[in-house]
Design a protein around this ligand. Structure first.
Ligand code: NAD
Ligand code: WQD
Length: 337
């Protein structure tokens, strides 16, 4: 099987490439490196024990993407390439629609021209917004609350419409909850540019001394200890879900599936787990709520279990241990090399 992975140098994409390549899948990457280091792909090749073809291409570039499809005959595509910072999407909505919706449209156009119909699409729990029910099922009404979340929701609807009309397509939208952690080798991991927006990379950077203290955004939510509750999921579990999806794409049509653990963890609970693996207390301060945050987002993971025969296997301590090991061995991320 030969698979195109867009955004393959990014956090989730790089782990997905290693997982596929170590399971006899041939991988080709396109990534414009707008949010990733090309060094990640060297590490992927090293871990997989073989080379992979990669192209510094923007998925919105029709001629460049077409050239990649002409060179390779793909059986399927996994589309990670997108912009993903929620706050930034409020500041620059056009750029988010252009990259995320525009990127998908060009990809679909190119896939159709080359008669490639199987697609796994990166969706997000953020489409649910402030959900009416927790755990969140796929049927829970979407209520996207940022331009970023709306790009993912609109992409899903585009894909559903395309599949409804043409049985040549088989598409799965995987709605990830909060992917964290790193490959157990600590050679690849999460390496955000600038100050991290997300909790786990913020914690690891406090622990390694790059940041002074964690700001806990609010302790007055109606949750177990007042801090926000999320469904953190190990990135290796997420990518194993993609392999399971690829193996089950024979039927035409559009499906959306949550990828989560079904277990909620508060900010203070994650901090406690992280403290346990790193072996010392980390400085933190309770500050105001972050605008746009919700109290609790936890997946009902049953549909993926049923349809993909996939379940998460790693727990919060595994996530903290692997994230911490990557940060320790790569204190400045890939640029430490
Ligand atoms: P990431 O930023 O680490 O990876 C995305 C990759 O795509 C980067 O390497 C970037 O350089 C590349 N890219 C961006 N725009 C591109 C373009 N126009 N052309 C080519 N390459 C481009 O992000 P990630 O955390 O690995 O996320 C992967 C996907 O999963 C994204 O679609 C994201 O929206 C989605 N997602 C992520 C999370 C999360 O918390 N990390 C949660 C839910 C969904
Ligand atoms: C987790 C919890 C914060 C940082 C984001 C996107 C979502 C999806 C996953 C892409 C919350 C708290 C955080 C900090 C804190 N990504 N926090 N101090 O917001 O659940 O989800 O990533 O699709 O779309 O919105 O993740 O890691 O930012 O926050 O207290 O410095 O940690 O308030 O309760 P979030 P996060």
């Amino acid at each position: 099987m030969k698979v195109l992975v867009t955004g393959g140098a990014g956090f989730i994409g790089s782990h997905c490439c290693v997982d596929l390549m170590t399971h006899d899948v041939e991988v080709v990457v396109v990534d414009d490196h707008s949010n990733s280091s090309p060094l990640a792909l060297d590490r992927v090749a090293e871990l997989a024990g073989r080379e992979l073809a990669s192209y510094a291409v923007d998925v919105r570039d029709p001629a460049a993407l077409d050239a990649v499809f002409r060179e390779h005959g793909f059986d399927a595509v996994i589309h990670f390439a997108a912009r993903k910072a929620v706050g930034e999407s409020v500041e620059m909505p056009f750029e988010y629609y252009d990259a995320n919706v525009g990127g998908l449209l060009n990809l679909l156009r190119t896939m159709r021209a080359h008669e490639v119909g199987r697609l796994v699409f990166s969706s997000s729990c953020s489409i649910y917004g402030d959900a009416d029910e927790v755990p969140i099922r796929e049927e829970t009404p979407a209520r996207p609350a940022s331009p970023y979340a709306r790009t993912k929701w609109f992409c899903e609807q585009i894909l559903a419409d395309v599949c409804a009309r043409d049985s040549a397509w088989s598409v799965m939208a995987l709605r990830y909850f909060n992917p964290v952690g790193a490959h157990e080798s600590a050679r690849i991991g999460e390496d955000p540019r600038g100050v991290p927006n997300n909790l786990m990379p913020y914690l690891t950077q406090v622990a390694v001394g790059r940041l002074r203290e964690l700001s806990v955004f609010g302790d007055d939510y109606p949750t177990v200890d007042g801090t926000g509750v999320r469904d953190y999921i190990h990135v290796m579990d997420v990518v194993e879900g993609h392999r399971a999806a690829l193996e089950r794409m024979d039927a035409p049509g559009f499906r959306s599936l949550n990828l989560g653990t079904g277990i909620g963890t508060s900010v203070l609970q994650l901090l406690a787990a992280f403290t346990q693996v790193c072996g010392r207390e980390l400085p933190y301060r309770i500050v105001a709520r972050r605008p746009g945050d919700v109290a609790e987002l936890v997946a009902a993971p049953d549909r993926a279990a049923r349809e993909l025969d996939w379940r998460s296997r790693r727990d919060v301590l595994d996530m903290c241990r692997d994230a911490w090991r990557f940060q320790q061995r790569n204190p400045q991320g890939y640029e430490s090399a």
